[in-house]
Design a protein around this ligand. Structure first.
Ligand SMILES: [Zn+2]
Length: 243
């Protein structure tokens, strides 16, 4: 009994599907994006193409946006281009009418989309891109900050890795730049292992590093009377790293 009911339902579905398919095979309208925005939903903005395909005796195709004729093509490929700029923002339905050599007319499937203004599309893109940027930023910061916080290793004087050395603008001592530190243009956001302060530093020149190494050497040898770094020098150093 159950099996019979199932069979009836399937048969009904089958019969319902066949005519719909036959109709689709008449004239098929498809849309593709040439330039612009097509979101996850039905939002579109920019330059798009409508294409129609049908039986071999298809002679002419009219393309419509809502009920406005936007193109009349009488040879293959049956294609028109349109830009959403030409329409007020809102929901639009596109379809095509095809004319066969025997004089009969076919109506295509409909494609409904929400046309956005350029500003709306920009807003949507920002909505899409910002969370991704946020995740990238968070991951980069984590990859930078966490290892720096964990590493308590003092650098060795005169030894800098592949990324070169920097001079801390806060304490004036040199340290190797970490390869995976957070890049901001030509500068890196890095933590000085001497004073523990974060600053934007750039790869220092050999001369600057040598001077900083001398300051460090002086610190390590307190018998030498060289002051660690005078206030005036500190200010010069700070200003050098400000821009
Ligand atoms: Zn420092």
């Amino acid at each position: 009994m159950k099996k019979l009911a199932l069979f009836v339902v399937l048969a009904a579905l089958f019969i319902a599907v066949i005519p719909a398919h036959a109709q689709d095979a008449g004239l098929t309208l498809s849309m593709s994006r040439d330039f612009g925005y097509a979101g996850f939903g039905s939002d579109i903005e920019g330059l798009f193409s409508l294409r129609a395909s049908g039986p071999s005796n298809l002679q002419r195709v009219e393309f419509y946006v809502d009920s406005e004729l936007i193109g009349n093509v009488d040879e293959e490929p049956f294609r028109v281009q349109f830009t959403t700029k030409d329409y007020a923002p809102g929901e639009r339905t596109m379809y095509a009418l095809g004319y066969l050599s025997d004089g009969s007319q076919l109506r295509s499937n409909e494609i409904t989309r929400i046309f956005l203004s350029a500003e709306q599309a920009r807003g949507k893109m920002v909505e899409l891109v910002f969370p991704i940027l946020g995740v990238v930023l968070a991951v980069t910061l984590l990859a930078t900050v966490v290892p720096a916080m964990l590493s308590s290793k003092k650098p060795q004087r005169g030894k800098y890795g592949v990324s070169g050395g920097a001079v801390c603008p806060k304490c004036g001592l040199p340290y190797p730049l970490r390869f995976f530190s957070f890049n901001m243009g030509a500068k890196k956001f890095d933590r000085c292992p001497h004073c523990g302060k974060w600053s934007l530093v750039r790869r220092a020149s050999k001369e600057d590093l040598a001077a900083a190494e001398a300051r460090w050497a002086a610190l390590d040898a307190p018998t030498e009377a060289t002051p660690r770094i005078s206030r005036r020098d500190q200010q010069i150093d700070d200003s050098r790293y400000e821009n």
